[in-house]
Design a protein around this ligand. Sequence first.
Ligand code: SF4
Ligand code: SF4
Length: 183
Amino acid sequence: MQVGAYIRNLGYEAVASMNDTGLVIPYAVKAGLGEYARNQMVITPEFGPRLRFSKIFTNLPLAFDTPRPLGVRAFCDICTACADACPVKALPYGPPSDATPNVSAIKGVRKWTSDAEKCFGFWAKLASNCAICMRVCPFNRDYSQRRNRLWLRFALSRWRKLALRFHKARARLKPSDWWAGAA
Ligand code: SF4
Ligand code: SF4
């Protein structure tokens, strides 16, 4: 909102928006910020799946980036951690396809598509969100730590199978230990 106001003060049009007024994920992918993943999120090398995008529609002249293959898609091809962990089995297995599980899904796009009705039905039962598919994703790491940056280099390279094996061997931190600062 503040950047939008700044652009308007420069004399251009600018409409700030979060999840409304257009889907953010295609814009984030087109801007080269990350790659689309099986868990329906954009995974970035800086933050993994843990970020939220906003956008600004503007006529300010800007240089723009393009989509870039990072290796996330290739990693998702060999990993099913999110689909395995989803409590209501709302995430797809296999390669991206244009199959749509129900009327709530976007048609005519070849991608990994969730059964959003199952997913959101589960959220409604919980009376909260779920995000297990974010929590279990191997890219969900603290990249300020050197060992995680090293893991990322393997994961986005042809050594991705090794990275997946390292990830599976990693002991999960208990939530109580995380809150106690053991992370
Ligand atoms: S948020 Fe939960 S229910 Fe929805 S797809 Fe992810 S794991 Fe499944
Ligand atoms: S859990 Fe595995 S398959 Fe799912 S988004 Fe993350 S890397 Fe891709």
